[in-house]
Write a protein that binds this ligand. Structure first.
Ligand code: GRF
Length: 200
């Protein structure tokens, strides 16, 4: 039976990573394992989540490399070392070097906390996204799983999930509501990606 190796890129709290860990452990995600977690931030709580699960981690910080080509080389080596079949960006805050995007085209996905193509692109991350959604008077928001290309949040949409924007929502309240649907659709997208390979 083929077991697909997932590498997860993180920068922060890692709740999306935890959703993947939990759903591999409970059998929702079958035929896959997380072989590597790469963090852009040595202090990311996501790394503690990884350690609890005994998952191999690596920190690849922009400031440790003279340029994106060097960072891409290092990242590509780690990903190859882990025999990566699928890359999942889960709260990853750096731009993925072109070398990696090109090498893993069609098997690198990202979770974004808005209904792309709206409220995406440079500067639209974290609470900024939800502040913009509220400022625009949107009646609904949500999350998007999309393939990563060399743009910012511009790759083909894989799956979206919607949540209502409620009167009086603070950015934090909306973020919490969106985060729940992020976890749900990210896991679904991974399950469906694996199923699409197994059916070939
Ligand atoms: C989430 O809003 C996610 O969409 C964004 O980063 C935030 C934190 O994600 N990319 P996580 O809790 O670190 O997975």
């Amino acid at each position: 039976m083929v077991i697909y190796n997932i590498s997860v890129l993180v920068s922060g709290g890692g709740t999306n990573l935890q959703a993947i860990i939990d759903t591999i452990n409970d059998g929702t995600i079958k035929n896959a394992r997380i072989g590597l977690i790469i963090s852009s931030n040595p202090k990311a709580y996501a790394l503690e989540r990884a350690d609890r699960e005994g998952i191999h981690t690596s920190v690849i910080r922009k400031k440790d490399f003279k340029n994106d080509e060097a960072r891409g080389e290092a990242m590509a080596r780690e990903l190859a070392g882990a025999k990566t079949d699928l890359i999942v960006l889960a709260g990853y805050m750096n731009i993925v070097p072109e070398k990696v995007v090109n090498e893993y085209e069609g098997r690198i996905m990202n979770i974004h906390p808005a209904l792309l193509p709206k409220f995406g692109g440079l500067g639209f991350y974290g609470l900024n996204v939800h502040k913009a959604v509220l400022a625009a008077g949107e009646k609904e928001s949500g999350a998007t799983v999309h393939f990563v290309d060399n743009g910012v949040d511009t790759g083909a949409v894989i799956k979206q999930g919607k949540v209502p924007v409620l009167a009086g929502d603070s950015p934090e309240q909306l973020a919490d509501r969106v985060l729940e649907v992020e976890h749900k659709i990210l896991v679904e997208a991974i399950v469906e990606w694996i199923a699409s390979l197994r059916s070939q």
